[in-house]
Design a protein around this ligand. Structure first.
Ligand code: NAP
Length: 266
């Protein structure tokens, strides 16, 4: 029996576990970080919680007699991927990274690509400053200006990224996440608890209802959360797109569940 560890927390990881469940020569253990209150569970054996860095993972792989690891974590789970690469190099247990492709930018999209959440926050701060600068003078003699109102941001980068954005002056946030962010949540942040998949109609309605000016998101890829980008395109809403962190050098990469399932069977 070939023992395969799937590092999960994604739809692809669940699909891979389901596909391998039908293969009699393979036993799968799926691993979740254990952060989400009510996670969607894959079929088969599931373990939960961190391993304790690369050392802990290497020890766990040996103790559980794991023959192969598929890292099917989210493209932004960079720490887990780095840990898996290091543990694999140390133990000799082969590693495959399964990553869905990023979202393609079309000609009608107005995206600004940035390489970090902090860079996205800087772009928002610039937008807020520019908005204040074009505010109309009301009483030029007294030097007062009409309030331009905050830049209204649709933020879908995850609850743990919220502190990067909450200190920005002139910015109001609609922050959508699966679980609530750590309190206290400042008054200029409206939290929307929801979990995909989302529809284009729903995203259009949300953008209109909250009069949103800009979408800030990570290049997660995949169909489940792509509707916001279609809605942004339809409404001409600018998007600040945070690029994926790079993969560790030398890791083997596939983009489809089928390819990962074939590899996992040896
Ligand atoms: P991360 O920053 O790369 O990982 C932080 C630590 O959490 C890891 O070092 C590891 O702890 C533990 N961990 C992460 N994924 C794990 C897994 N599948 N099984 C066991 N331990 C895991 O990861 P993250 O960005 O917080 O993501 C956590 C989980 O949520 C992942 O499973 C990921 O697939 C899923 N997810 C993430 C995002 C996102 O935007 N980042 C979105 C959707 C789903 P130790 O060092 O102690 O081993």
């Amino acid at each position: 029996m070939r023992r395969v560890l799937i590092l999960g927390g994604t739809a692809e990881a669940r699909a891979l576990a389901a596909e391998l469940a039908d293969v009699p020569s393979v036993h799968v253990v799926s691993s979740l970080a254990g952060r989400v209150t009510n996670p969607r569970l894959p079929v088969g054996e599931v373990r939960s919680g961190g391993f304790g860095g690369p050392d802990g993972l290497a020890t766990w792989l040996a103790a559980e007699r794991i023959d192969a690891v598929v890292d099917a974590t989210h493209p932004f789970a960079a720490q887990m991927t780095a840990s898996a690469a290091e543990a694999s190099a140390r133990t000799g247990v082969p590693l495959l990274v399964l990553r869905r492709p990023g979202w393609p930018q079309g000609p009608a999209d107005t995206w600004q690509r940035v390489d970090s959440l902090e860079a996205a926050a800087t772009r928002l701060a610039e937008a807020a400053t520019a908005r204040l600068a074009i505010a109309k003078p009301v009483e030029p003699t007294e030097g007062t200006t009409e309030s331009a109102g905050p830049v209204r941001v649709f933020l879908t980068t995850g609850r743990r990224s919220l502190p990067v954005f909450t200190g920005l002056a002139g910015v109001w946030l609609l922050a959508r996440s699966v679980d609530p962010p750590e309190p206290p949540v400042p008054p200029h942040v409206h939290v929307l608890l929801d979990r995909g998949p989302y529809t284009v109609e729903g995203e259009l309605a949300l953008i209109r209802e909250h009069r949103l000016d800009v979408l800030v998101t990570k290049d997660s890829g995949g169909r489940l959360t792509a509707a916001k980008l279609v809605a942004a395109r339809e409404l001409g809403l600018p998007v600040i797109m945070v690029d994926r962190p790079p993969l560790p050098t030398g890791v083997r990469l596939v983009e489809t569940v089928n390819a990962a399932a074939l590899w996992a069977q040896g």
